[in-house]
Design a protein around this ligand. Sequence first.
Ligand SMILES: *Cc1c(COP(=O)(O)O)cnc(C)c1O
Length: 370
Amino acid sequence: MTNKQATNQLTVTKTFFPPIEEYQTQIQRIWDNQWLTNRGALVLELEEKLKKHLAVPNVLAMTNGTLPIQIALKLFGKGGEVITTPFSYVATTSSIVWENCTPVFVDIHPEYLTIDETQIEAAITPNTIAILATHVYGNPCNVEVIEQIAAKHRLKVIYDAAHCFGVTYNNQSIFNYGDVSTCSFHATKLFHCGEGGAIFCQNEATMKELFFLHNFGHNGPLDFYGVGINAKMSELQAAMGLAVLPHIDFIIAERKKVVDYYNTQLNFTQLKKLKIRENTQWNYSYYPIIFENEAQLLVVQQVLNDNNIIPRRYFYPSLNNLPYVTKAAMSVTDSIAPCVLCLPLYVGLAESDLERIVRLINTVITSVAK
Ligand SMILES: *Cc1c(COP(=O)(O)O)cnc(C)c1O
């Protein structure tokens, strides 16, 4: 493929690049400070700005969005069973297995696509330690019911909130729910540091333990709280975050325009869209469409690919089918995951391209109607 074709390709997402002068201003500060990592001025400033922007009591910046999940599982999971969703990115399940815990899958709700809270209690055993659920596509889980179940059975709740930057539920940050929430600041995510992530926790004592865990277990230079790992965010990552953050309202507003276009222009007689949970201020992070069957999806995907449009099958195959987990049939996930296609959604997606995407999809689904 030539470079020209590559640049003409419409991919599912495109990284937001802030104006380079704004990035250079942040990088210059690093040179002035002669300080690259170990929680320097830029990381501390980014944390303060995130706290304000998101209205959360605590945030700890990390080097990616996977280590916060692993660190939370290290603290809470203790090698036990962790109830989790099969419909998420692989990092949700791989973190459980990596921490020597056992994933116990619970099927998803057919419209919200988040873990089906009504099936959680049946999956609890004496070995269950925690629930690790994903607010998939930024759509909140039923946090109230999950909280009740967790309290009743004394379980910890960790939310993989990798997709949730800026999402509020009941007028507060979705990161304020659960014992711990994690986020990813990867280049493909709404807010990004190139690579990066964060952990959120309301409880000060737990936050302190998470802090020790993310920095080799250090409690001061010579003293150790316990075993730890290195998950620190560097100043270079924070520089990107500080350059992107001032544009976040613009990023979300531009994405909303794309979502509004899809919502009004796609022919939903044979397609379904994601149902966003009530009382949610969503962040327009992904645009999944749900076909009636996989055959339809494959035909549409092929036509789009032939036209240089590259949507992605997030999340397929579902995680209950990973080669390293005990296979468990999940009727809803197994029937829906093969039918979900995420459409291009990013800042700068031209209206003419949007029109083309919608026209192709609407034409194809009408012609392949069963
Ligand atoms: C992106 C993502 C992660 C991992 O985040 P990284 O920053 O790439 O490590 C975890 N969970 C979900 C649901 C994700 O989409």
